[in-house]
Ligand binder design. Structure first.
Ligand code: ZN
Length: 119
């Protein structure tokens, strides 16, 4: 299951960002997953819980936001959100569309623990 390796590198990235921002523990991570990203939200969630349980002392919450699939029409220059992977412009019906959103798997935000530890 490739979600496991994706999640491992995601958490490495999160730890790095936390370290760059003062090294507090991360309370919540919010990610965006698009329908064309090739990853399953449920699998990401369970992989995340597993990796955090194995590697982190404090729990971390994962919030997944599923992003829409958006295409840009090359005919009428309009952008629209499409459903069911039907790659057609909703405005003019043209099939000459280019995907501009929907393949992302990325960190949207990170919430750090407010507690500040002084040496
Ligand atoms: Zn169009």
């Amino acid at each position: 299951m490739h979600e496991m390796s994706l999640v491992r590198s995601l958490i490495r990235q999160v730890d790095l960002i936390a370290a760059e921002n003062g090294g507090g523990s991360v309370r919540e991570v919010s990610v965006e997953i698009g329908p064309l990203s090739g990853v399953e939200s449920e699998l990401v969630q369970s992989a995340f819980d597993q990796v955090i349980a194995e590697s982190h002392e404090s729990p971390m919450t994962l919030t997944i936001r599923e992003t829409p699939l958006v295409v840009h029409c090359l005919q009428c220059e309009d952008d629209c959100e499409i459903d069911n992977f039907i790659f057609r412009c909703l405005r003019c019906g043209s099939g000459h569309v280019r995907v501009i959103r929907g393949d992302e798997f990325r960190i949207a935000s990170i919430t750090l623990d407010e507690r500040v530890t002084h040496a």
